[in-house]
Design a protein around this ligand. Structure first.
Ligand code: C2E
Ligand code: CA
Ligand code: CA
Ligand code: CA
Length: 278
């Protein structure tokens, strides 16, 4: 098997334009991780700012490496993107998240949205919409409970193709959110061009609340922009009560962050959902 894959190195390029040879080992390791049960998902609640109730859950992938232990996504998602392994990896995430969402529903807790991150190569894959349809079908999950999160760079790469993909996904009935809003340069252009349902305000904007006047102005403007465009708005990375109070007064609809919960196991999510049944 190792022989079949060869002794090649993967060429990957850093921002400075230099080329770094990487032993194929790492690629193969990640491939094995996808096929060999080393990936798992953690789940982070999204809450209604006004009521504190959980309205959705974001699925976040982790790699339990046999030697290195727990590897955070920042250390393997870029490699997965470069090598194209993100396509099978993303497919696994999608199916696992749908399966879990259905299992939660089957326990009788109030149904909620499951949000899945989608990267550029997945979104550019012409088969992506049918993979989504298959995952929903396989796990018996109604499409409006699935939300796909993409960043502006994913849609801006090839706007025409992205618009077509978004149309197919919307036709299925899944919801689309723009992730990390406000972390890039052209977020406004992305909002004008693409039919999103929801805006997720980047943690970098929320972080400086409520002390920083510029952050306050920007967050307030983003919330009213979202209202004008009929997008629901969620603040990411909410860690403190002061941030929460600000967001409540500014009429931000939803929030996600350590203030409520870190990403946790599916069992812990179920416990949280059952606790709020009261
Ligand atoms: P993201 O989609 O913006 O996910 C939110 C990240 O912020 C998560 O990091 C989460 O643990 C972290 N976070 C949540 N609340 C707080 C908070 O209050 N404070 C702070 N400091 N951080 C908070 P994580 O899980 O390490 O994921 C990092 C990134 O990796 C994600 O950013 C996403 O871009 C990517 N990623 C994770 N899972 C997947 C996946 O299944 N597919 C793809 N394509 N990308 C993924
Ligand atoms: Ca996300
Ligand atoms: Ca985000
Ligand atoms: Ca991010």
């Amino acid at each position: 098997r190792a022989k079949q894959l060869g002794r090649n190195t993967l060429q990957h390029h850093d921002g400075a334009g230099t080329s770094v040879g990487m032993p194929l080992g790492e690629h193969e390791e990640l491939h094995l991780a996808i096929t060999g049960d080393q990936l798992f998902l953690e789940y982070q609640p999204q809450v209604d700012v006004a009521t504190g109730r959980i309205t959705g859950i974001e699925a976040l992938v982790r790699w339990n490496h046999p030697a290195k232990g727990r590897v955070p996504p920042i250390n393997f998602i870029p490699l997965a993107e470069e090598t194209g392994l993100i396509v099978p990896l993303g497919l696994w995430v999608l199916n696992e998240a749908c399966r879990r969402a259905r299992a939660w529903q089957d326990t009788g807790v109030a149904p909620l949205t499951i949000a899945v991150n989608v990267s550029a190569k997945q979104f550019a894959d012409p088969d992506f919409a049918s993979h989504v349809a298959e995952a929903l079908e396989r796990h018996g999950l109604q499409s409006h409970w699935l939300e796909l999160e993409v960043t502006e760079s994913v849609v801006m790469q090839d706007a025409e193709r992205a618009l077509a993909m978004m149309a197919s996904l919307r036709a299925l009935g899944v919801r689309l959110s723009i992730d990390d809003f406000g972390s890039g340069y052209s977020s406004l252009a992305a909002l004008k061009t693409f039919p999103f349902d929801r805006l997720k305000m980047d943690r970098s904007l929320v972080e400086a609340l409520p002390g920083d006047k510029t952050a306050v102005a920007i967050v307030s403007a983003v919330i009213s922009l979202a209202q004008t465009l009929k997008l629901s708005v969620l603040a990411e990375g909410v860690e403190t009560d002061a941030q929460m109070d600000f967001l409540r007064h500014a009429r931000c609809e939803e929030a996600q962050g350590y203030r409520f919960s870190r990403p946790v196991s599916p069992e812990e999510i179920l416990r949280l959902l059952q606790t709020q049944l009261r």
